[in-house]
Design a binder for this molecule. Structure first.
Ligand SMILES: Cc1cc2nc3c(=O)[nH]c(=O)nc-3n(C[C@H](O)[C@H](O)[C@H](O)COP(=O)(O)OP(=O)(O)OC[C@H]3O[C@@H](n4cnc5c(N)ncnc54)[C@H](O)[C@@H]3O)c2cc1C
Length: 323
């Protein structure tokens, strides 16, 4: 194993891979990317692959725009191909309160330069034929939203981009300590030895809090379970159908593998402690009944979900802040 680096990134998920790539591209010479498991094996490949311009504040809107530019311009920037679907998205509200919320979010985002069009139920149905117009009180359409069909493809693309930039991958090597001297990082400790470095990036996902503590820092991250499913193919779906987000039940739906993907945020999500020795995201207890219940809340709007059998069910750890 290497014994010295100009920067060490801890965690080779989406964030760590991107950070390592960008550090190397910006001219940091010896970048090491260390992961306790195989790279790209934990939460990131299990995600839904959605990118969303409509955000709650201007900073996040700019970040979201940059993310979309990054993935749509991935080949130009890295030389590595990456497929991105420019489907656009619909956000729909079915209660007066949520309608007011959607209209306000749309107004704000327009002021921050996002192309957002207010549409009625009929127009929403025209854009996404699986969506029933009845019951929609307000909707907005964001034509520039995108998704990546298989999120693992983004990770494989970043892995290849990292290799081309000369990033050193150190898999199956948990970081067990961070050496700090007079407030300055000096190296990371692993079971395979120490890597001396003046820069450590904590990109450890659900384990970010644990890695921060190794340096005496605090990252108040709360990992929670988040799940989705993909149905069997459904006749008539096309990859270009817009992503749909139903505000009142925090459910999202998008085309996936010829069927539909459904995921959603539980009102009372299950916290998961990843510090248990040997824990990996494979151990997150999945529960399909949670998703079936969420699907029931939107079945009136997307009746195709009632009939379609589930082909794949997956989940991982979303990292929330404690508030
Ligand atoms: C079902 C689901 C759907 C989602 N959908 C979306 C979506 O559509 N859009 C979106 O933007 N986000 C989505 N998310 C959230 C998104 O997946 C995460 O924010 C993102 O993947 C986190 O990436 P990460 O690199 O921080 O974490 P991870 O991919 O978990 O990577 C962290 C890495 O750190 C490594 N690590 C941990 N501790 C150590 C250590 N001590 N030493 C070395 N390595 C260590 C781990 O092994 C792991 O590989 C979704 C999440 C879930 C669960």
């Amino acid at each position: 194993m290497i014994s010295e680096a100009d920067a060490v990134v801890v965690g080779a998920g989406a964030f760590g891979l991107s950070t390592a790539f960008h550090l190397a591209r910006l001219g940091v010479r010896r970048v090491a990317l260390v992961d306790r498991f195989a790279p790209a094996s934990q939460t990131s490949p299990r995600a839904a692959g959605l990118f969303k311009l409509l955000q709650a504040d201007e900073t996040r809107t700019r970040l979201a725009r940059l993310s979309i530019q990054k993935v749509t311009g991935f080949r130009e920037e890295t030389g590595v191909p990456l497929e991105v679907v420019r489907s656009g998205s619909l956000m729909i509200a079915r209660t007066p309160e949520h309608a007011a919320f959607v209209l306000e979010e749309a107004r704000q985002s327009q002021a921050w330069g996002v192309d957002i069009q207010l549409v009625d139920g009929d127009e929403a149905h025209r854009l996404m034929p699986f969506l029933e117009a009845q019951g929609i009180r307000a909707a907005c359409y964001t034509p520039d939203d995108v998704y990546i069909e298989e999120p693992s493809s983004l990770l494989q693309a970043y892995l290849e981009a990292c290799r081309r930039q000369g990033v050193t991958l150190v898999p199956d090597t948990p970081v067990t300590g961070i050496r700090v001297n007079r407030g300055r990082v000096e190296g990371v400790v692993t079971r395979a030895g120490e890597i001396r470095t003046p820069i450590v990036v904590d990109a450890a996902g659900a384990w970010s809090g644990a890695v921060a503590e190794l340096a005496g820092a605090r990252a108040p991250i709360v990992p929670i379970r988040h799940q989705l499913y993909i149905t069997e193919p459904i006749a008539g779906t096309t990859p270009d159908d817009p992503i749909v987000r139903v505000v009142d039940t925090a459910v999202y739906i998008r085309p996936a593998r010829g069927g539909l993907m459904l995921g959603g945020f539980e009102p009372d999500p299950m916290p998961v402690d990843p510090r248990v020795p040997g824990f990996s995201v494979d151990d997150v207890p999945l529960d399909l009944t949670v998703l079936i219940r969420l699907a029931g809340t939107v079945a009136r709007q997307v009746p195709a979900l009632r009939e379609a059998a589930v082909r794949e069910h997956r989940g991982g750890l979303f990292t929330m802040t404690s508030d």
